[in-house]
Design a protein around this ligand. Structure first.
Ligand code: IVH
Length: 673
């Protein structure tokens, strides 16, 4: 290839990497695997090694992190938030030790601390006189993004240090580095729920944690099971060793890994590597290696850096849990909302001690973007207990007999035409009487967090649907002993018990019934919010998008999902049938005898309040006839301002909205001017 052509290839690759970097770091919505992205970077580095004259500041090789996302304010770190050099084997690790021992012979007598390398996201937490005042992402190591409001929702983050009963005194200023992540168990639970709700599942805990922290709405972050572990004091560390630092952090009230281990010398570290490898599967969160740190922080610091990597610590990476196997077939699952999800049938293969036969393929775009074909040798990744997923095909092992995949045009269960909605990647079976959907809907309807019909598991649900005893969820209340006795495995007693639990479920409260309806995106928490505001299903049916969007945490998607659900004839029939079956809970609404002085006025609240709790102020405003909304818009009349307000303050200023204090609110409501 002539130089010009190579140069344009180089430019193209750079643009691609920029694009993928943007998808991953800014949008938190990657369309490539880490594996492929790393491969592109290696290729770029190679081209740059051959043509150093091409390298400019904007090359992806010239920065260690993404530029901060625009929506959050930028914050300079008080000291560089460094990264770590990697070792991939014991040989690499020994080489590191020898290198640093040459730089400073005191290393020969050094002691060490080894910690798990958590596969999460760095957080930089600022405490002023013991109060959490600022939380920042790593960004490019020099400047990060202010995500204080989001971090505040993570319960493991202490809002005040030291903890109660500690004999430590709060330092004037303390900046701590921690890793934010989601445990394997919580991640599994989150995905199980999404799967049950017929929604798209998340790929892995790391991306989910990253995506959550980048949400502009802290309310959504709060719903994510994020947690942290702290491991470094960035500034004003009163301690001289890493081990003491961990103990200090722990004493202040930060979560610190209980796996961190002290070793007297380097030989001890080496002798324990096997133990760490064996431990990996048991660690309740994802780790991609261990970090080996010189215990003496002064010595460590004096060793200096190589680029952005300090010499005094190194990451020993675990071998990736990725293997290759043959993709035998692609099948499609139909979820509760009719969403079609492709999954891979694999030649069984062992990953990390577990035999894997199936793996998720996420969605149809993923298959075509990666050009995954039936018959391909594919890379599979299994990260901890997470559902394994297909990373992509190994192209140079193609024989030519592999079959490109065509997404089905009809539902694999009911064989009706499938549809795609604007702006969504998913394909849906929109046949409301598709047995697959009915089964998933029924399964959800009877589940513990919905109607809680004891004794009805998936097997009975399948029987009821396939024998057509239930065609609409409310039909469950029309079941009789005669009908049940026609089912295989049903005798008098079993049928009687089932009818009793069905009858018992009739008086579930409104939030359970709303949840049971299976409206897309409306789970337990959203149902509780709705039940607080609407007295029965009729009232909910009449709500419009604007009204629904006034509820905290409800954006246009959720609001439209509810309105659309009540437009479907079949759903109206379901509600009517529930009513005639006697399943009609009415939620008593708060009745206030206060004068309606705030009638017609819309309020938004931001910041920490001194006189009210969050719920308290909402009740107060509603009692006086006003409305509370979660987001500032041109329709907002007043912003009630507390301490440390969030971005709503700036938005209100921008829109010229009146800004009032809690006392001024009381004056407006109670008329004491
Ligand atoms: S120490 C100079 N300790 O791994 C201090 N890092 O590639 C450097 N990480 O960006 C960090 N667990 O986000 C350290 N116990 C641990 C860690 C840890 C996870 C992450 C950290 C960093 C990356 C380094």
């Amino acid at each position: 290839m002539e130089t010009n052509a190579i140069f344009s290839e180089y430019e193209k690759l750079k643009r691609e990497i920029h694009y993928h970097n943007y998808r991953y770091h800014v949008l938190d919505n990657p369309v490539t695997s880490d594996f492929e992205f790393d491969r592109m970077l290696v290729e770029l580095r190679q081209l740059e090694a051959e043509h150093p004259e091409w390298v400019t500041e904007d090359s992806p090789t010239q920065r260690s992190g993404a530029a901060p996302a625009e929506q959050f304010n930028k914050v300079s770190h008080p000291a560089p938030i460094l990264s770590l050099a990697n070792a991939f084997s014991e040989i690499d690790l020994r080489a590191w030790y020898e290198r640093i021992a040459k730089v400073d012979e005191r290393v020969n007598n050094a002691d060490f601390v080894v910690e798990p390398k958590i596969d999460g996201l760095t957080l930089v937490l600022h405490y002023t006189k013991g109060i959490f005042t600022l939380g920042v992402t790593r960004g490019n190591g020099e400047v990060g993004e202010d995500i204080t409001a989001n971090i505040r929702t993570i319960r493991a983050v202490p809002l005040k240090i030291p903890v109660e009963n500690s004999n430590l005194v709060a330092p004037d200023k303390l900046v701590v580095r921690a890793e934010a992540f989601i445990t394997k168990k919580e991640f599994g639970k989150l995905n199980d729920q999404l799967l049950k709700d017929g929604e798209k599942t998340y790929q892995n805990p790391r991306n989910t944690a990253a995506g959550s922290l980048r949400q502009l709405d802290p309310g959504l972050v709060a719903a994510r099971p994020l947690t942290i572990l702290a491991y470094t004091v960035v500034t004003e560390n009163p301690k001289h060793t890493q081990w003491e630092t961990l103990e200090y952090l722990k004493a202040l009230g930060f979560p610190v890994s209980d796996l961190a281990t002290y070793y007297r010398n380097f030989d001890e570290v080496i002798s324990q590597i096997g133990k760490w490898n064996a431990l990996r599967e048991e660690i309740p969160y994802e780790v991609d290696g261990i970090v080996i740190k010189i215990n003496d922080l002064k010595l460590s610091e004096s060793l200096g850096f190589v680029g952005k990597d300090p010499r005094g610590a190194i990451a020993l990476k675990f071998p990736a849990q990725e293997v290759s196997t043959t993709l035998k077939d692609i099948r499609v699952n139909v979820g509760r909302t009719g969403v079609l999800t492709p999954y891979a049938i694999l030649e069984p293969v062992k990953i990390g001690g577990v035999i894997v036969k199936q793996a998720t393929l996420h969605n149809f775009d993923y298959i075509s973007d990666k050009d995954i074909r039936v018959g391909d040798i594919v890379m599979i990744k299994r990260a901890g207990e997470v559902i394994p997923y297909v990373i992509g095909p190994i192209l140079d092992q193609r024989k030519g007999t592999e079959q490109p995949y065509q997404p089905p045009q009809t539902c694999p269960v009911c064989h009706q035409k499938v549809e795609n909605f604007a702006g969504e990647v998913a394909w849906y079976c929109v046949n409301s009487s598709c047995p697959a959907q009915l089964i998933r809907n029924l399964e959800h309807f009877v589940s513990r967090q919905a109607m809680d019909i004891e004794g009805v598991g998936i097997k009975i649900v399948e029987q009821l649907a396939s024998e057509r005893l239930v065609e609409n969820m409310a039909d469950i209340y029309q079941l009789t002993k005669e009908k049940l006795l026609t089912l295989e495995g049903f005798a008098d007693k079993k049928a009687g018990n089932l009818l009793t639990s069905i009858a018992n479920s009739k008086n579930r409260p409104l939030d359970r019934v709303i949840n049971a309806l299976g409206i897309r995106g409306i789970g337990e928490a959203a149902s509780q919010e709705l039940a607080r505001r609407f007295e029965d299903l009729d009232a909910l049916k009449k709500a419009d998008v604007d009204q629904l969007m006034e509820i905290e945490g409800f954006g246009p998607n959720l609001a439209e999902s509810i309105v659309d659900w009540f437009k479907v004839d079949k759903n109206i029939k379901l509600v009517d049938n529930l009513r005639s079956a006697g399943v009609w809970p009415v939620q008593a609404q708060r009745i206030s005898n206060k004068p309606k002085t705030l009638s017609g006025k819309k309020f938004v609240v931001t910041g920490t309040l001194s006189e009210f709790t969050r719920d308290g102020i909402k009740e107060y405003i509603t009692d006086y006839g006003g409305k509370v909304s979660d987001s500032v818009s041109a329709k907002t009349d007043y912003l009630v301002l507390g301490d440390n307000p969030g971005s709503k303050h700036g938005q209100a200023l921008g829109l010229g909205i009146k800004i009032i204090t809690e006392t001024e609110l009381r004056c407006l409501a109670e008329g004491n001017f």
